[in-house]
Design a protein around this ligand. Sequence first.
Ligand code: ZN
Length: 130
Amino acid sequence: MIEIKTGKRVEVIDITSKVKEEVKNSGVSDGMVIVYTKHTTTAITVNENESGLKEDMLNILERVIPTGAGYEHDRIDNNADAHLRAILIGNSITVPVSGGNLDLGTWQSILFVELDGPRKRKIGMKVIKS
Ligand code: ZN
C-alpha cells in the first residue's frame, strides 16, 4: 500500500513509478499487479500522462457530472459529484508483470484521479505470482 497527498480538489496524478517500485519490492517477476483505491471519491485508470489530456479528462467529467447539480447525496457532505465521477472511472486496474516490469504500452501510465481533495489517500496493491 502507498500513501499520497493530493494538492487540489480534482487532479490526475501519475503513480506508475510507485507501482513499479512496489512490484520490484515484491520480488515477483511474472504475474500481475492489482492497483486499487481505498476511497469512494477517487479513481484509477490507465492512460496517457499528457497535460492537455489530463485537462480534457477533468473538463469532460465536469460536463458529464457537473458539481452541485441537485444530487441527493449533497445533503450529506456535498460531494456527490466526486462519488459519481469515481464510479464512472472505476476503482481499480490490473497490469501484467513480465520480467519484473509492468507490461504497459509506450503511452500508458497508471493514473490516480483525485475527485474530492486535497487529502491524504491510500492506494492498495496486490502483486500476484503466476
Ligand atoms: Zn460523500
